[in-house]
Design a protein around this ligand. Structure first.
Ligand SMILES: [Zn+2]
Ligand SMILES: [Zn+2]
Length: 244
């Protein structure tokens, strides 16, 4: 059902509207909003964020979060997906020479671009998918503000790469909704946390590697959890003491 909700009220990628909460909470609010607005039993939403990879700063990465809510059973399922396959990119221009390498990396024109005077300042010319429109937008921005900030349009309907990530995320969410809590049989049983700290096989000190996955129930009043260990010992290569 299309409820006619303007989710831009919960933040935009370009920042004209700031996200009122963190990524997960924003996704949660969207799903709840849909339920409140339509009276439907189920709410489903997703929220993406893009930036430098937390460990490899020059590699861009996307984090997609999906939230499913069953308002009747009071179930909330959260799935996350890190996407290293992303076209997320931007650059600042002071003349009309936009390099083809940038356009290739951005996947233009099958993927849209946004032009604005700077990353934080509008007007934002969004959804550009043709060379003439792009040239005009850049020229206008340089004429009026001396610079043009060109960035990939990360809205899903204009970004096939992101659509592929969202498909993968949706498949994971669907699989999770077919997994039931071993104690109360609620939908959405799955990994809710990780425990890090696999001991190094040489010196025994804790590494940053994930030692165990914590599985949990998605129903608000069921606290059932099960921990599954991944590995008992870590190679010294991952040890901060043996291989600093
Ligand atoms: Zn349960
Ligand atoms: Zn060690």
């Amino acid at each position: 059902m299309v409820a006619g909700l303007d989710t831009d009220q919960l933040g935009t990628f370009t920042g004209e509207v700031k996200r009122p909460a963190d990524q997960l909470e924003t996704a949660r609010r969207k799903a709840r909003w849909a339920i409140d607005h339509t009276g439907a039993r189920y709410g489903l939403s997703s929220e993406g964020s893009f930036g430098p990879h937390p460990q490899i700063p020059f590699v861009p990465v996307g984090l997609e979060v999906a939230v499913f809510i069953d308002s009747q059973e009071r179930v909330e399922v959260v799935e996350r997906l890190w996407c290293t396959e992303t076209n997320f990119a931007h650059l600042t221009l002071s003349d009309l020479s936009l390099p083809d390498t940038f356009l290739d990396r951005a996947g233009f024109p099958s993927h849209a671009l946004i032009v604005s005077p700077s990353c934080a300042q509008g007007p934002f010319c969004k959804g550009i998918q043709d060379r003439d429109g792009l040239r005009v937008a850049i020229a206008t921005s340089i004429d009026t503000h001396d610079t043009a900030f060109v960035q990939t349009d990360m809205r899903a309907h204009l970004n096939p790469t992101r659509q592929r990530c969202l498909r993968q995320l949706a498949e994971r969410l669907a699989a999770r909704l077919l997994t039931y809590c071993p104690l109360c049989a609620a939908r959405g049983w799955g990994v809710v946390d990780h425990q890090i700290g696999v001991p190094c096989e040489w010196c025994g000190s804790e590494t940053e590697l994930i030692a165990a996955d914590v599985f949990g129930c998605a129903r608000h009043d069921c606290t059932h959890e099960e921990t599954k260990r991944r590995q008992e010992q870590a190679s010294p290569a991952s040890c901060p003491r043996c291989n600093p």
